[in-house]
Design a protein around this ligand. Structure first.
Ligand SMILES: O=C(O)CCC(=O)c1ccccc1C(=O)O
Ligand SMILES: [Mg+2]
Length: 334
């Protein structure tokens, strides 16, 4: 198949910025691409890299798009190098979108949110630090029952204290995920895991700590493997499995805990499908704060591949205003 190829870089400010152990992030930058096949079918794709997380940089993605001809083929798309995982995702999902649309109405824009599978349930992000204590209630009222709180942002003594208050105020049966973004030391990771194990053993605490996400830096895989067998509290790898190659390597080295999959940067959707069908891994699908184009493709993959046990990390809170009008203006002034 041959496609006419066009692309446009974009910048969008988040409704709320994200604070992690890497600092503050408040603008999403990426690329929207459009593939038109010979029959006139249109597929939209989005490249939304996060280089601090292990994908290519926006600049590398732009360079790749700029050197492509105006007409491209499946061959080009399916041979995008593994060093450009967000590009693999953007181009492949654009192809897939073009091939599933029915006649006439295949112009899929962000208002196609009706297509988002509602059988999935969502986890919402709480702000880091003390702000979490004032935020969970609003999210609870919106229907969220699984929350994620960033740790490793402030001093551990301070965070443990806030954690204690959070546990005491959250309603029964809430699930809580703790995401350190690789920011803990080995001793701190042990302290968090011990604290969570103690809560688990306490029948008076009706909150479930679902897992601790990426406690240690990517380089410390063996230590995380050891921690995962030393405590009852589960560990989820995130940064360590940012791309398919890393995911396969961690699985091959014996990781049988949870794998966070961020479809937007993990790489080729077709190869992700193959891997998930071959290995019955425990997955949590999660957003990279992409806009509606990549979100739709990512949610469809999540619906297809997650075994529907764990909430997906696509809470809408950090997203953008007026996506539809933004999208139309991005494309119309081309
Ligand atoms: O996974 C989620 O629940 C929400 C998404 C999220 O936390 C995230 C979003 C962008 C970049 C990194 C991360 C992360 O999980 O560390
Ligand atoms: Mg994470």
């Amino acid at each position: 198949m041959r496609y006419q190829f066009k692309f446009r870089p974009y910048q969008r400010k988040f409704l709320r910025s994200l604070t992690t152990n890497h600092g503050k992030w408040d603008t999403r930058e990426g690329i929207i691409l459009r593939l038109t096949d010979e029959s006139g079918k249109v597929g939209w794709g989005e490249i939304a890299p996060i280089s601090w997380f292990g994908s290519e940089t926006l600049e590398q993605a732009l360079d790749f798009c700029r050197q492509l001809p105006e007409e491209i083929t499946d061959e080009i798309i399916f041979s995008i190098p593994d060093e450009l995982p967000a590009c693999q995702f953007g181009f492949e999902s654009a192809c897939e979108m073009g091939s599933v649309g029915d006649e006439g109405d295949n112009f899929i824009t962000p208002n196609s949110s009706l297509l988002i599978p509602n059988s999935l349930f969502y986890s919402a992000l709480l702000p880091a630090g003390e702000a979490a204590l004032n935020q969970w209630e609003t999210l609870w009222k919106q229907g969220y029952r699984t929350f994620k709180w960033k740790i490793g942002v402030y001093a551990i003594a301070n965070e443990l204290e806030i954690f204690e208050s959070l546990i005491q105020t959250l309603p029964a049966f809430t699930k809580l995920r703790l995401d350190a973004n690789g920011g803990l030391s080995y001793e701190e990771a042990n302290l968090w895991l011990r604290t969570c194990d103690n809560l688990k053993a306490n029948p008076e605490v009706p909150i479930e700590i679902e897992f601790i996400e990426q406690p240690l830096p990517v380089e410390q895989f063996q230590q995380m493997l050891e921690l995962s067998t030393s405590y009852e509290t589960a560990i989820a790898l995130d940064e360590s499995v940012a791309t398919l190659g890393q995911l396969a390597a961690c699985h091959q080295q014996g990781w049988r805990g949870i794998f966070v999959i961020k479809p937007g940067i993990v790489g080729s959707p077709s190869r992700l499908r193959k891997f998930c069908h071959q290995h019955q891994i425990d997955t949590v699908f999660s957003s990279v704060f992409e806009t509606a184009i990549a979100r739709l493709a990512a949610l469809q993959l999540a619906a297809e591949l997650s075994r529907n046990k764990r909430a997906i990390g696509f809470g809408i809170d950090h997203f953008f205003e007026q996506e539809e009008t933004w999208f139309q203006s991005l494309w119309n002034d081309l």
